[in-house]
Design a protein around this ligand. Structure first.
Ligand code: MN
Length: 135
């Protein structure tokens, strides 16, 4: 039993779409966008090796890491290793991906601002070649 299973804070939710995740991920919406704010809050659990596609957020996004080991990478930059307690502030319209390490699950809370164009624009997959270069 890994750490996430022993002390998971939030329910796992539903399996993330294969259109956006390469591997198995679980998405639980904790706070849907409503009239009290222009953001939504969710919990995402990535199984080992799973990552989301390259994407952008028209009004940015915040990641709060709560368990496991993972990665955040902006296009053209080195990938940043993430562990429990790390906070990532993702700027407007920066192409990036986030996901688990090869040998660990990874859990983060996402706070995503909405915009007239929606909260996220999905792009193409992170290739196995690029992902497998990570330690
Ligand atoms: Mn993102």
């Amino acid at each position: 039993m890994n750490t996430e299973e022993k002390i998971a804070i939030f329910p796992k939710g539903d399996q993330g779409s294969a259109d956006y995740f390469n591997g198995t991920a679980w998405v639980k919406i904790l706070v849907p966008k409503d009239q009290t704010g222009n953001y939504s809050v969710g919990n995402v659990v990535f199984e080992p090796g799973c990552r989301n596609n390259w994407h952008t957020h028209a009004t940015g996004q915040i990641l709060l890491v709560t368990d496991g080991k993972g990665w955040y990478q902006e296009k053209g930059q080195a990938a940043r290793s993430l562990v429990k307690g790390d906070v990532v502030v993702i700027p407007i319209d920066v192409v990036h991906w986030h996901g688990a390490a090869k040998d660990s699950s990874f859990t983060h809370i996402v706070i995503t601002n909405n915009s007239p164009e929606g909260p996220v624009k999905w792009m193409y997959r992170v290739s196995d070649e690029d992902y497998n270069q990570l330690p």
